[in-house]
Design a protein around this ligand. Structure first.
Ligand SMILES: [Zn+2]
Length: 276
């Protein structure tokens, strides 16, 4: 029986996003989501996913050994460090979160049966790396509030209650939606980025957050005049809105996850090769 287990570790570090070839110039044009603050710190959360067969002791790996390996090879070295100078890999390619995830994989792969590296620079931005050369994904989490009512106009109120329950009540109701948008692409060896996160965030804000926030979806968003705004249909529509603009940024929309409540969410895998 194959299983995937994961181990979380934390570290804090500072970095900057200046191109290595400009390192010694007096003026250092910086880029990225925090370009106004060239050097800043993050409290990173690292999640290491391991895959393998269950052994005779009922474990994939001994968690105690996994913990010691991650601490020795990664977190003890990175904690309280200046990332741009701590490892030689970052002399070539800056320690963006996606590149950091890639380098952590490279450093752990001979020690542990890796399945995936997930690295959070905050609760709203994280990267994933699966060992596929320079391919990585980044996810941005955003929020909007909106009201909706789930009902089919041609049906009676009783019939709508039978399908949608309380969600069919005539006056509608609201949710605080959490939206996760994941883009996948190749890490640029010069910038360390798969995409300009500022541009990606602006796109999500412009296409989804600003038009959707504080609306009654059924009335204010024309798409939902004929489509029931279930969490699934909203996620599908967000995929449609973002797919081409994200492609224009040079990456692919990998996944949209929309959480309607802490208990209800929908994920759409948007790449044709991975769609379900
Ligand atoms: Zn609802």
């Amino acid at each position: 029986m194959k299983c995937i287990i994961n181990r979380q570790e934390k570290f804090s570090a500072i970095r900057h996003y200046c191109l290595p070839e400009l390192e010694n110039k007096e003026v250092q044009p910086c880029f990225g989501i925090n370009s106004d603050f060239p050097v800043w710190g993050n409290n990173y959360l690292l999640i290491v996913f391991l895959g393998g067969e269950l052994g005779s002791y009922g474990m994939v790996q001994n968690f105690s050994k996994v913990k010691k390996t991650i601490q020795k090879e990664i977190t003890n070295q990175l904690h309280n460090s200046y990332l741009n100078q701590i490892w030689p890999e970052f002399q070539q390619t800056p320690p963006t979160t996606e590149n950091l995830a890639r380098v952590i994989w490279q450093r752990l792969k001979s020690h542990l049966p890796l399945f995936k590296i997930q690295l959070f620079e905050s609760s709203e931005i994280w990267a994933e790396y699966l060992g596929l050369n320079m391919e990585a994904s980044v996810t941005i989490k955003s929020y909007f509030c909106a009201a909706h009512r789930l009902f089919i106009p041609e049906l009676t109120q009783e019939e709508n209650y039978a399908i949608y329950g309380k969600c069919a009540r005539p006056s509608g109701h609201g949710h605080n939606y959490h939206l996760e948008v994941s883009a996948i692409g190749k890490i640029d060896p010069r910038t360390g980025q798969i995409v300009d996160l500022t541009a990606l965030q602006q796109l999500i804000d412009t296409k989804v957050i600003e038009p959707f926030d504080h609306t009654f979806l059924n009335i204010d968003i024309p798409y939902f005049a004929k489509v029931i705004p279930t969490v699934e249909n909203i996620a599908v529509y967000i995929c449609q809105l973002l797919q081409q603009p994200i492609s224009d940024l040079g990456v692919e929309l990998e996944k949209v996850k929309l959480m309607e409540t802490p208990k209800n969410s929908c994920e759409i895998y948007c790449r044709s090769s991975r769609s379900i």
